[in-house]
Design a protein around this ligand. Structure first.
Ligand SMILES: [Zn+2]
Length: 173
């Protein structure tokens, strides 16, 4: 009889621990969801957190005049984040001078950081680039970039913010 009680108790204990394990896994899943969750804001909400110029570029998909932005001629070390949501987008290691007046990168920090769309706004096909996390317009990607990718991510300075403190924490993938 005592043996039976022991078996039942150990079964109960086992089921308890597996339940808590399940909860821990669920919580972890929730955490991951939170990390990858996209930011969705209305135009009015964006207007209240961005400057008028940023709103024009990032939400209304405008383009700043060349050689006027903050970063076209900056080559300091750091990580360029989305100016709207802070998402890490580009490393200064991949920034190059494309002589076009806009900050240019030959590679994004990670392919999941940026999403693209076809854009015929100027009458010919271009590939628009947006922050994958908040959808803000960044610029366009062209296939006339240098090695090793042959790509040129042409980005508006208004869409990015240089974070010169996080160079060590970011690894290129
Ligand atoms: Zn963003």
């Amino acid at each position: 009889m005592r043996f039976l009680v022991l078996i039942i108790m150990s079964m109960l204990l086992y089921s308890c621990s597996s339940t808590s394990k399940q909860i821990a896994t669920e919580m972890k899943r929730e955490d991951n969801k939170k990390q990858t969750k996209n930011i969705e804001k209305s135009k009015e909400e964006w207007k209240s957190v961005l400057t008028d110029h940023q709103f024009y570029i990032m939400i209304e998909k405008g383009t700043e005049r060349p050689f006027t932005g903050e970063y076209w001629n900056v080559f300091e070390d750091g990580v360029y984040r989305c100016a709207a949501c802070g998402n890490e987008l580009f490393s200064s290691d991949t920034k190059f001078d494309a002589h076009c007046g806009w900050p240019s990168f030959y590679e994004s920090l990670d392919s999941t950081k940026i999403k693209t769309a076809v854009d015929y706004k100027l009458g010919y096909k271009r590939t628009e680039i947006m922050c994958a996390k908040c959808g803000a317009h960044l610029g366009h990607v062209f296939s006339d970039g240098p090695n090793p990718t042959g790509l040129r991510y042409c980005v508006n300075s208004a869409s990015i913010k240089l974070d010169s403190t996080s160079t060590d924490s970011i690894e290129l993938k």
